[in-house]
Design a protein around this ligand. Structure first.
Ligand code: CP3
Length: 354
């Protein structure tokens, strides 16, 4: 394999010193880029794009050609696993993801099986292999998955929801079925991430987007416990053992210590906690990734520079910070503002280490 030319991101996740703060952006390949919209148009639909390794590779690399990003993230989606389990994923324009066959009974949950990583999900591994080849060592490639809890949210509701009442009702009323579902999903997620590692991913991220919906007790039971199991299983996998794993539980900054206790390398942070507080609480144990409010990209370049500098100053000159937004970049953002963010991270990161 080609040697990595820029390893800032991987070094920061290991809390080793770097010349400046590494940066990548959640949803960096996405609708705010006109070239993404053009490729998506060519593909016909989001799933056609994600399932075509050449096109998935093309859009993965698009943001790297515009900005000095320190990592690439596989272009795919967290909902590939439930799709491969047979739920039938579609993306309705303006409405987000929808499953044709959401889970409606304990019997349907009992019938779910771990998808075949060389079968239904082979297109993901083909994309990883192709992206690694095309990256040619420019920056590391991040593989990812949804968390069992977050996947269960979509599988039971059938789509996004304001309160996810249906899946929470299942957790209250049929805990056995809920845990059977989370268990099958945890096995699937661990196998999926291990397969991405084998195909060439160099870091792994788990998106627990809806972890913050849960009460502390239910967070431990339904989210954290399965995240911990996945981290543990990856440590015992020949291909994934040495890869840093980043857990991002959105809205769950009350649980940082517990999340750090899973043995993950890094934690993603949303924008509701300051970087200095997060570092004081768990910075001795894990690297931190985040956490500018994505809406700051709607502000002027001057304000973006000020906010980025404030975040870099808040973390301080310590190793172990990967700059990111606190959630994905939104479709209405001006790509020039993303360039201001990325360049300011590198300038401010150098300055604070000088
Ligand atoms: O970050 C990247 O650039 C890599 C690709 C990526 C996508 N989705 C592409 C995508 C990643 C890492 C994801 C993760 C994902 N998908 C999450 C977890 C992170 C988060 O945002 O909380 C979730 C919850 C999903 C599910 C999902 N996919 C939703 C709710 C939507 C619709 C809302 C939206 O943002 O459009 C998607 C669609 C999706 N996934 C798009 C992209 C670029 C936009 C689809 C389009 O092109 O029409």
């Amino acid at each position: 394999m080609t040697e990595l030319k820029n390893d800032r991101f991987l070094r920061a996740l290991r809390r080793q010193p770097t010349d400046t703060t590494p940066v990548w952006i959640m949803r960096q390949a996405g609708r705010y880029l006109p070239e993404y919209r053009a490729t998506r148009e060519k593909a016909g639909s989001f799933m056609a794009l994600a399932q075509n390794p050449e096109l998935a590779c093309e859009v993965t690399l698009q943001p790297l050609d515009r900005f000095e990003l320190d990592a690439a993230i596989l272009f795919s989606d967290i909902l590939t696993i439930p799709d491969a389990m047979g739920l039938g994923l579609t993306f309705v324009a303006g409405e987000g993801p929808k499953f044709e066959r959401p889970l409606r009974s304990a019997a349907e949950i009992a019938n779910l099986t771990v998808p075949d990583m060389d079968g239904e999900l082979r297109y993901v591994m083909d994309a990883v292999r192709l992206i690694r080849r095309e990256l040619d060592g420019r920056v590391p490639l991040i593989g990812f998955s949804g968390s069992p809890w977050t996947l269960a949210c979509y599988m039971v509701e059938g789509q996004g929801s304001r309160d996810f009442a249906r899946v929470k009702a299942l957790a209250w009323n049929d805990p056995d079925a809920m845990h059977q579902l989370l268990d099958t999903l945890a096995q699937s997620v661990a196998a999926y991430l291990a397969a991405q590692a084998e195909a060439g991913a160099q870091a792994l991220m788990v998106f627990d987007t809806w972890g913050g919906l849960l009460s502390p007790g239910m967070f431990h039971e339904c989210s954290l416990r399965y995240l911990a199991r996945i981290v543990e299983q990856l440590k015992n996998d020949a291909h994934a053992a040495d890869l840093p794993v980043v857990l991002f539980s959105k809205g769950a900054s009350g649980h940082l210590e517990a999340l750090a206790g899973t043995g993950c390398a890094g934690l993603g942070l949303d924008w509701t906690i300051s970087l200095d507080e997060a570092r004081r609480r768990v910075g001795e144990h894990v690297a931190l990734q985040g956490n500018l409010d994505p809406s700051a990209l709607y502000a002027t370049p001057e304000i973006i520079r000020r906010e980025v500098e404030a975040a870099i100053t808040a973390f301080g000159p310590h190793p172990g910070h990967v700059f990111n937004l606190g959630h994905g970049v939104t479709p209405g953002v001006d790509p020039e503002h993303v360039k201001v963010l990325v360049d300011t991270v590198h300038e401010a990161g150098r300055r604070i280490r000088a």
